[in-house]
Design a protein around this ligand. Structure first.
Ligand code: PEP
Ligand code: MN
Length: 263
């Protein structure tokens, strides 16, 4: 169902008045984690002003250590919904397990399935039984074939609204957190009708490389970007080193507009 032969026309996913997979690239921006009302509202207003289309923010966080901050959970979802109210931006947040699916789906416009859950087949089937748009991130070491098969789990349950997200894969390189595999963009475009978003934040792990790789992602033909932004990255509760400041995000957007990668 994910293949071009089944569905030759590109899939367009409508979220409010935003089209993902249409003619114009879409920018999803916001903090890794929702931390407080002030933090999410300040970020939401700033990214909106700079031209972002969708607000992101984690409320359930898949952390490598069980002792790290795990997210504000429902409180975080409420704050995201409040930020949507204030800015009009649709919101996306990660769902980590089937138990919380109904709860997350109640608040968000797009469900995010994280890299660590790309092959959680039970969760894939459950989100496939909803009609919410789903952004499926590529697994930490997943091949493109495995990734598309995971999309197939969602599609085959009846939910056609799948967006793929390239977020870097694990390689021998350690200077960057992951290796952003931009070849995934043309390969997925060739094999599939599904939209693909590039995440240069998790893809590099260092804010300095985010703008160049965002540029490269759009040049490769991605349908949009997902970028982490924080008012004070040094104090961020997660993924500070890869987060753009509000000013750096605005500069990135100017940069992309000047290269006519964004409108
Ligand atoms: C995230 O988007 O903050 C995240 C946890 O991403 P990934 O699943 O790609 O690591
Ligand atoms: Mn993150």
């Amino acid at each position: 169902l994910a293949g071009r032969s089944f569905h030759p026309e590109p899939t367009r996913i409508q979220v409010g008045d935003i089209t993902i997979g249409g003619n114009e690239p879409v920018v999803i921006a916001g903090p890794c984690s929702v931390e407080s009302r002030e933090q999410i509202l300040e970020t939401a207003k700033a990214v909106k002003k700079a031209g972002a289309h969708i607000l992101r923010g984690g409320a359930f966080k898949p952390r490598s250590s069980p002792y790290s901050f795990q997210g504000l959970k429902e409180e975080g979802l409420k704050l995201l919904a409040e930020a949507r109210e204030v800015t009009g931006l649709p919101v996306i947040s990660e769902v980590m397990d089937p138990e919380n699916l109904d709860l997350v789906a109640e608040y968000v416009d797009i469900l995010q399935l994280g890299a660590r859950n790309m092959q959680n087949f039970h969760l894939l089937k459950k989100v496939g039984q909803t009609n919410k748009p789903v952004m499926l991130k590529r697994g930490l070491s997943a091949t493109m074939e495995e990734w598309l098969m995971s999309a197939e789990y969602i599609l085959s349950e009846g939910n056609p609204n799948v967006i793929l997200c390239e977020r870097g894969i694990r390689t021998f390189e350690t200077y960057t957190r992951n290796t952003l595999d931009l070849s995934a963009v043309p390969v997925i475009k060739h094999l599939s009708h599904l939209p693909i978003i590039v995440d240069p934040s998790h893809g590099t792990g260092k804010w300095r490389y985010v703008t160049p790789m965002a540029r490269a992602g759009l040049a490769a033909g991605a349908d949009g970007l997902m970028v982490e932004v924080h008012p004070n990255p040094e104090a961020a509760w997660s993924d500070g080193p890869q987060s753009l400041t509000l000013d750096n995000f605005a500069s990135m957007m100017e940069d992309l507009k000047s290269m006519q990668a964004l409108f």
